[in-house]
Design a protein around this ligand. Structure first.
Ligand SMILES: [Zn+2]
Length: 300
């Protein structure tokens, strides 16, 4: 029997990879030869291609509000993917675009944005590339936002995403959001070799403190401005945006979440082969955060 250690310290038993077993039995059909169903398209309809599917029609998201804290590498990447839908996005960040942010395609910013507030530059870029979305720029450090104002932002949102590095503020936002709204917190670990996406759902999952195993005395480690491959950061962002869109669609369309097992709420992403928990190379591993006894947020 093999035991693996997850990055949060938990030891789990290695199970046989069910996908691997299944792929041994299933012939792989190239996509262009796969049968395509066009049954939804009425005869004589306009030649405009409709890319919506029964469970993800972007038009249904029009005007729904998402609040995104942080407009750095992860926050900006998340914004760009969310903005492909006609969402109203509150974007909170108080920093300016610097030359260093343009290196290695780590961020969404361009040379003409240097010196601007990130939220203003992000709004301009989304207006150009994703005009259906509306970005509401807010030049604030989360520390400066009054709790009543922060609560109002959370309450008007269909989902909240935390892409800032300040551990205290991550917990402050997630504590306020826990009872109210679905929340995700993507994190990029040392040199972006791995990352995670923590998901919090009101009264269903454990709170973010319990999920990440943090206490007041032992907070989340800060990871600001660490070197990392932009593709690896993008991998974490990509997973975070897929989870975010699934949460938004499931709420707006009133359907079940189908993209992951919702009894799990912590996704680990490894970008490299790692003997400890990803021996076959880059991969994903899901875990469920446990509500700790005595937690005043999720287990009062
Ligand atoms: Zn808790």
């Amino acid at each position: 029997m093999t035991w693996n250690r997850l990055p949060n310290g938990r030891i789990i038993r290695q199970r046989p990879d069910r996908l691997k077993l299944r792929l041994q039995d299933v012939p792989i059909i190239p996509l262009e030869h796969a049968p395509v169903s066009n049954s939804r398209k009425p005869q004589g309809a306009s030649p405009e291609v409709d890319y919506s599917t029964p469970d993800s029609d972007p038009r249904r998201l029009y005007g729904r509000t998402v609040t995104l804290f942080g407009a750095g590498s992860v926050g900006g990447g998340l914004l760009e993917r969310l903005a492909s839908a006609p969402l109203r996005i509150n974007l909170i960040d108080d920093k300016k675009v610097e030359k260093k942010h343009l290196q290695g395609a780590r961020t969404i910013y361009e040379p003409g944005h240097v010196g601007m507030y990130k939220v203003h530059a992000a709004k301009l870029r989304m207006q150009r590339d994703h005009p259906a979305a509306t970005v509401i720029p807010m030049v604030y450090n989360v520390r400066e936002i009054l709790t009543s104002k922060l609560q109002a932002l959370i309450d008007e949102s269909v989902m909240v995403a935390i892409a800032i590095d300040d551990p205290e503020q991550i917990l402050r936002i997630s504590d306020l959001a826990y009872e109210q709204v679905e929340l995700i917190q993507p994190g990029v670990h040392r040199q972006a070799r791995s990352g995670h996406v923590a998901i919090s759902m009101p009264r269903v999952t454990a709170c973010l403190r319990c999920t990440l195993g943090v206490t007041d005395s032992e907070p989340i480690r800060r990871l600001d401005s660490e070197a990392g491959n932009s593709v690896d950061i993008g991998t974490v962002t990509q997973h975070a945006s897929g989870i975010a869109m699934e949460i938004i669609y499931s709420k707006v369309m009133g359907r079940r979440i189908t993209r992951w097992d919702t009894s799990k709420n912590l996704l680990f992403i490894t970008n490299q082969r790692d003997d400890a928990y990803s021996p076959d190379g880059p991969g994903l591993s899901w875990d469920s955060g446990r509500k700790r006894s005595g937690c005043t947020i999720c287990n009062p």
